[in-house]
Write a protein that binds this ligand. Structure first.
Ligand code: NDP
Length: 234
């Protein structure tokens, strides 16, 4: 059955791949964008996750255009890498505001409708490197592992209503986010990756799509790694 799907940060990278995969399945898909430009063939909805009014307006628009959100993919995220002694407050706060508070805010906006409908799927984009620990990414790792406590607590809150909440934890995926990594960093990371290559946004999308599916109805509070084996067992 076609569902109303909303993906934050869906204009490029992993979010866009998720949007395309779910649209191909026949779902009604809206992507949150900040610059107003929707990718070809998809419904674009202005959504800045650090701004409550923008999130409220986005959920209202999605509800009006394609029905209340039944599947939320909280994908919008940023990095501001720096070793901690050199990290300024703005880099800490911006990452927290986007990757953690922004996710909580969007999940909160989705939860009411899902509770009322007694069904729903929430999938959050975490990070395998977050769990492993990553120099220069104390801010980012704090948010991406923080999502685990958030997801598991929300899984308890929503479980009795048939709503699941899960994390996907990608390794190094070939998107704008990782294109700036130094060659040395990339080599080191690939040495820690049994499959020895970066992943594609489509490979992450396949995992998101599964956790968002009806078939995944008995999975909640879980972390699904999509990292070529990086950090396995952590
Ligand atoms: P990109 O940098 O390619 O895309 C990030 C997306 O998030 C963009 O669409 C961007 O919008 C959006 N975004 C950023 N800040 C905000 C905001 N404040 N409000 C709304 N939208 C925002 O990243 P990826 O596709 O690689 O990453 C997607 C998710 O996956 C992130 O959460 C990331 O942390 C996670 N991830 C990525 C990995 C990787 O290797 N690529 C590894 C592990 C996790 P805009 O286009 O307007 O800037």
């Amino acid at each position: 059955m076609a569902r109303s799907v909303f993906i934050t940060g869906g204009g490029r990278g992993i979010g866009l791949a998720v949007a395309r995969a779910m649209a191909a399945d026949g779902d009604r898909v809206a992507v949150g964008v900040r610059n107003g430009a929707a990718p070809d063939g998809l419904l674009g909805v202005a959504c800045e996750v650090t701004d409550q009014a923008s999130v409220d307006a986005a959920f209202a628009e999605v509800a009006e255009r394609q029905g209340p959100v039944e599947v939320l993919v909280a994908n919008a995220g940023i990095t501001r890498d720096r070793l901690l002694p050199a990290m300024d407050d703005a880099s800490m706060e911006e990452v927290l505001r986007t990757n953690l508070t922004g996710v909580m805010r969007t999940a909160r906006a989705a939860a009411g409708g899902m509770i009322a409908a007694r069904r729903g799927r929430v999938v959050l984009l975490s990070s395998a490197l977050g769990f492993l620990g990553s120099p220069g990414q104390t801010n980012y790792a704090a948010t991406k592992t923080g999502l685990l406590g958030f997801a598991r607590s929300l899984a308890w809150e929503l479980g009795s209503r048939g709503v699941t909440v899960n994390l996907v934890a990608p390794g190094i995926i070939d998107t704008d986010m990782t294109r700036g990594l130094s060659e040395r960093r990339m080599r080191e990371t690939m040495r820690m990756t049994p499959l020895g290559r970066t992943g594609t946004p489509e490979e992450v999308a396949a995992a998101v799509r599964f956790l968002a599916s009806e078939e995944a109805g008995y999975i909640t509070g879980a972390v699904l790694p999509v990292g070529g084996g990086i950090g396995m067992g952590v």
